[in-house]
Every structure is written in structure tokens, then in C-alpha cells.
Design a protein around this ligand. Structure first.
Ligand SMILES: Cc1cc2nc3c(=O)[nH]c(=O)nc-3n(C[C@H](O)[C@H](O)[C@H](O)COP(=O)(O)O)c2cc1C
Length: 166
């Protein structure tokens, strides 16, 4: 019997990547802290999901080395980057290592790393983790937030960083 799935053309991962790269986003550093110290990773998959209850999501790759450490703590911070923070992308898009060397940050009330110079910060308690192919979908309940005076987001579009021109 032929199913609907049999009739679907296979999608080339490279084409999917370039097609979806047309979706311009901001970028954020997901942070957490465990006994070994602070850690984090750069993501563009941060999404606001629900206002009541307050929920956000992001999608870590299953190969991430920092996420398994953060998930164990049951909470994470999402530091939305400003235009002046592009150099942090080089640091937090590299897997493993001491990513906080030379980075200015302070602990939140719960100890989660807040990066100095962020555009905005939301802190979450882990709500659920869903399987999603080569990624996971992590839903977090917002427990704390902060908006800075800055107004220049760091953007990512078609594989390049850029700035907002209204
Ligand atoms: C602009 C940009 C966006 C990214 N978005 C994500 C993302 O949404 N999820 C993810 O898991 N990795 C994303 N990455 C890749 C991670 O930052 C990268 O794999 C990093 O090395 C992970 O570090 P870790 O292995 O120490 O966790 C992105 C990288 C860049 C440059």
C-alpha cells in the first residue's frame, strides 16, 4: 500500500539549511552553571511561546557538550545578544572548552550566568524536553527577566551576522 509518506520527495539537508537561512533571527547565548563552572552555547532557535503561562523554547543539537551539563541543573538563562556582542558568537559557537575566560558576566539570583551588555535576559525553569530529530525542543518557564537600555539587536541572516536598520 502506498502511504502519503511514500509520495513525499526527500528533502536535502543542505537545501533545507539554505532555505531556512532566509528566516532572519536574533541570536542568544543559553547559559547555565554546574559544579564545573559556567557554560553556554550560541543559539538562534529561541522562540517566545506563551505569555500565560510564560514559556519560551529553544532547540539544542543532540551533539551539544554544554546542554547536557545545563539540563542537569533544571534551569537555564537566555541572553539575547546586542550588536556589540558579536565577538561572543565566536566563543559560544565553539564546542567545549572554557567559554567564559575573558567574558564579562555576573550571576543571577539563582547563580545562572548573565552576560554583561546583553539586549535582554530571560531565566527559565526547565519545563519539558521533547525529542526532535537531531535536536531536542526545550520548553522553559520564565522565572526572571531583564531588558537593557540598548536598542541594537544582533541579527543572523543567510549565514551572516548583521544589524537592524529601522
Ligand atoms: C548563528 C548560530 C546559531 C546557532 N543556533 C544553534 C541552535 O539553535 N541550537 C544549537 O544546538 N546550536 C546552534 N548553533 C551551534 C552551536 O552554537 C555550536 O554547535 C556550539 O559549538 C555548541 O557548543 P557546545 O557543544 O559546547 O554546547 C548555532 C551557531 C550559530 C553560529
Amino acid at each position: 500500500m502506498t502511504t502519503d509518506q511514500d509520495l513525499e520527495p526527500s528533502v536535502d539537508p543542505g537545501r533545507l539549511r539554505t532555505t531556512m537561512s532566509r528566516f532572519c533571527t536574533g541570536v542568544a547565548v543559553i547559559t547555565g552553571v554546574d559544579e564545573a563552572g559556567p557554560t553556554g552555547l550560541l543559539v538562534q532557535s529561541l522562540v517566545s511561546v506563551s505569555l500565560d503561562p510564560p514559556l519560551v523554547l529553544f532547540c539544542p543539537q543532540k551533539t551539544s557538550r554544554s546542554w547536557p551539563r545545563i539540563v542537569e541543573t533544571g534551569r537555564f538563562g537566555a541572553n539575547i545578544l546586542s550588536g556589540a556582542q558579536q565577538q561572543l558568537c565566536d566563543t559560544f559557537a565553539v564546542s567545549g572548552g572554557d567559554k567564559f575566560r575573558g567574558v564579562r558576566w555576573h550571576p543571577s539570583r539563582t547563580g545562572t550566568p548573565v552576560l554583561e551588555g546583553h539586549l535582554a535576559y530571560v531565566e527559565c525553569r526547565l519545563e519539558t524536553v521533547h525529542d526532535a530529530g537531531d535536536h531536542e525542543i526545550v520548553l522553559g518557564r520564565v522565572t526572571d527577566l531583564d531588558e537593557s537600555e540598548l536598542d541594537d539587536p544582533l541579527l543572523f541572516y543567510r549565514g551572516r551576522f548583521g544589524s537592524w536598520a529601522a
